[in-house]
Each structure stands twice: as C-alpha cells, then as structure tokens.
Design a protein around this ligand. Structure first.
Ligand code: SF4
Ligand code: SF4
Length: 451
C-alpha cells in the first residue's frame, strides 16, 4: 500500500511544527471549567445538574438527546456554579455548565472499566464515554461504529497525517504512547470485525513511523497469524490536505467517496490516531473523555508546547498557565491556521475536538486586502475536491443560490488551499462558507414551505 496513490491538488504550506520535540505536559490546577452541552455534531445534550450540585471527575452532566449526540462529563471535581449561555467556537450560542474546581480531581464512583464482550457492548461503551472524532471533526464515534448492514467496512484507516502547520499533538501521542495506538486499533478491528488496518502518516514524521513500526512489528512477530500482522504503517506524501478524510481514503486505497457520501460507502472506516488511543485508554480505565491533548503555538505565545488539559478550561486560563503571551495576541485560533476558527473571546472554553490553540501577533494576523481576481486558476489547480473556487466565490457574493448548487458548493471541505495559493489574496473560504450558509437557509425555507 505504501506511497502507491496520492491525490491531485493541495499545497505545501510551511510546516512550522516547532513543538514537535516538546513532550506533552499535563496541566492541572485550573480554578474553573465551562462545559458546553454541545461539543459534537448532532443534538445538544440535556443538562443533568443544577447550580449548587457537587460533581466529580467523570460524572455525567449532559445526557445525549438522540443517537447523533454524545454525553458530556465533569472534567474537574467541585461545585456547579452556573448554567449559562456561551458562544461556542462554531459561533453558535448554547448552554454550558460552569464548575468551580475544588482542586482535588476526585474521580466519580461510576468511573470503572466497561464490560465489553462483543460489538454491541463495545459500541455502547464508546457511546457512554462521550468520544467524538479527536481530529477536529467532532462526529460522535459510536455513530461511525454503526454503519448500514450492507456497508460493513473491510478496511480500517487511521488518520495520523496531521498535515496542518503548527499541529503536533497527534505526533506526540504516537511517539510517546505507540502501544495505546496499537491497542486501540486492535480493539476496533476485533469488535467491528474489520480484517485489516493501515495507519497513514506523512513521511516527514519518521520518529512516529519508527515508534509505531516497533510496537506493531513486535506484536506481529510474536503472533504471525494474529491481527497485528494485518496492520500496515503507510508513509504518505507530505502535502496539505493529506489528512482530509476523502483525500486520505483515496491516497491509501484508491477508492473515491461519492459526492455527499461517507467512508462506509466505499467500505472504509476512518478514525483519527488520538481517537483510537483514547479507546484503548478508556477500555482499560473507564475514564470518559474529560481531557484533551493540544498544541499551543503561534507568534504571540511565550512558550509553545504540547499540553494535556481538562476539557472546558477557558483559553485565557490555559495560556496563562502555560507561560502567557509574549506579545499581544491579535488573532487566536482554535485549530490550525488553515481550518481553525478565530475566537472572538479568550473566555471560550477548550472543547473535545480542539487539537490546537494558535495565537498570532499583529504582524502575522494581518489579513491582506483583497484585489481583483487575475484568473490565474491557481485556486482551481489547488482544489483537492476539483471545484471551481472562483466561480463559487462569485456566486456567493451575488447571492446566486442556483450557481452555488451548480458549482457543488456543499462538496467544499473548507481546507483553505484556494485562499492560501491565491495571489490576489481573495478571501475565498470565507466567501464559500457564506455560500453554504445561503444554501442552508434556502433549504430551510423550502422545508418550511412544504410543511
Ligand atoms: S474550494 Fe473548498 S475544497 Fe477546494 S480548495 Fe477551496 S476550501 Fe479547499
Ligand atoms: S487563485 Fe485567486 S486570482 Fe487566481 S483564479 Fe483563483 S481567485 Fe482568481
């Protein structure tokens, strides 16, 4: 499978992974956490606590509503001080539980290793753990574990590309704890009856490739007919957005996910590398998803680092605990510089899907003024989804919903490549996001009219 396929388009942004050799540092001692009841794709949770309640780490405080949802757990022990509306990092207002920590990190008695004996109990355990895709997509993992009966995956792909500049938390996970990655992959293969797996890593991460090879090859040598012998480590070309799901599937299997389709449509299951490592930890300890590993970096940060923090810590408190800002931050992103979301407040809490906080000073944050399109077609050549970014941009700016449909706007994966390569500095992704919002609005109106 190694380096056989790749994908067309994409770009090579400067990697700027200065924290690659910074071991993950666990930070505790935070005074408060704020836990949004919607940290996942799907319905927000129903709140299970009220102000004044005492809670412990791992206690369920948000109950999922429906299948496409994921429970929320207390990440510190202490007292619930408020249920309040917060602006989530996606820009949507929602309820959140604020807990004042007692500093003890006392574990709730419900936290015990789950009893897992078959697929159903495995999926139930993952659903109860609150796990969502830790690569940034925030899709509830138990939903991925429930594909339609006629699309049972034959291949498990582990997304370890981590192709965005600055991000190194997945890399550190692989280097520091490859055994957890292997154990997680084996659990998924076993309980989901997937006969083979492949871990895709960009070839600029030789230490991670070596660490995974060492544990997998050791296990396979001890049991040549066992499942570890069916796991490959696949070095991938270093090219952005190699870690986007559709690009990864094509690069590793040659299969193309159809427009509007999902990986199971081509009999593949894709999980992020930190997601599978969490699965191994959870089955062993029973601790639900209460902590997040992330990279803190950028020109405004005093001490760039890889951190392991309780979910719900406000970004301001996290940065202060990690050494503060070296310069006044002009732009703070949750996520990487290509796909991250700019925060309008440093009170925004870290949520399950945050893999990075990147803070830029004024010089780096400056958004260049747009100029007119010079029709160079670099955005078209760079688009990994084979779209026409400049045409979508024009349709979005004109409010032309028919054009937006015609140019397949909803297929855009918002990778940011078109904006990155544009010499006229056109704000293409922003415009495409606006176009998608227009289409959603138009769709909602149509539904209303039909009702
Ligand atoms: S149009 Fe969308 S998918 Fe294509 S390069 Fe731009 S952001 Fe990426
Ligand atoms: S890259 Fe920029 S200038 Fe070139 S065609 Fe696309 S929008 Fe126009």
């Amino acid at each position: 499978m190694a380096l056989t396929w790749s994908f067309s388009g994409g770009t090579h942004p400067r990697s700027r992974k200065s924290t690659a050799e910074s071991p993950t540092v666990r930070l505790d001692g935070f005074r408060r956490v704020v836990l949004p009841l919607s940290q996942h794709t799907g319905a927000p949770c129903r709140c299970l606590v009220t102000p004044g309640d005492l809670v412990k780490v791992g206690q369920r405080i948000g109950e999922p509503v429906g299948f496409l949802s994921a429970p929320v757990h207390a990440t510190v022990s202490g007292r619930v001080v408020a249920i309040r509306r917060v602006l989530g990092y996606t820009g949507i207002l929602g309820d959140a539980v604020e807990i004042e920590s007692d500093g003890n990190y006392e574990i709730h008695p419900s936290v015990v290793p789950p009893t897992v004996t078959d697929r159903a109990s495995f999926v139930a355990a993952i659903a109860a753990s609150g796990l969502v895709g830790l690569g940034g997509a925030s899709f509830p993992t138990h939903v991925k574990f429930s594909p339609p009966a006629d699309r049972q995956p034959d291949t498990l792909l582990i997304n370890a590309a981590e192709c965005e500049p600055f991000l190194t938390s997945d890399y550190r996970r692989m280097v520091e704890d490859p055994a957890a990655v292997l154990a997680g992959v084996l659990h998924v293969m076993h309980y989901m009856s997937i006969p083979r797996a492949a871990i895709g890593i960009e070839n600029d991460k030789p230490a991670a490739i070596a660490a995974l090879h060492a544990v997998i090859d050791g296990k396979a040598a001890a049991d040549p007919n066992g499942p570890a012998a069916a796991i490959e480590v696949v070095p991938l070309h270093t090219r952005y957005p190699q870690g986007a799901e559709k690009m990864l599937i094509y690069a590793m299997t040659g299969r193309e996910v159809p427009s509007g389709g999902l990986p199971h449509d081509v009999k593949v299951m894709v999980l992020n590398v930190s997601t599978v490592a969490f699965i191994a930890d959870h089955l062993q300890t029973g601790v639900p998803l209460v902590r997040r590993r992330l990279t803190l970096a950028g020109s405004a940060v005093a001490s760039p680092a890889n951190l392991d923090v309780p979910i719900g810590v406000p970004v301001a408190d996290l940065v202060e605990a990690a050494g503060g800002f070296a310069r006044t931050p002009a732009k703070v992103l949750m996520g990487g510089p290509m796909m991250g979301v700019a925060l309008d407040s440093l009170d925004t809490p870290v949520i399950k899907a945050n893999n990075a906080i990147i803070a830029f000073d004024e010089k780096e944050a400056r958004i260049p003024d747009e100029s007119v399109c010079i029709r160079c077609a670099r955005c078209v050549e760079g688009c990994p989804m084979h779209l026409l970014p400049t045409s979508i941009d024009a349709a979005a700016r004109e409010g032309d919903t028919e054009g937006l449909v015609e140019f397949h706007t909803m297929d855009c994966i918002e990778c940011g490549t078109c904006t990155y390569v544009c010499p006229a500095r056109r704000h293409l992704v922003q415009s495409i996001r606006n176009g998608k919002a227009l289409l959603r609005k138009a769709e909602a109106k149509k539904k209303e009219a039909r009702a």
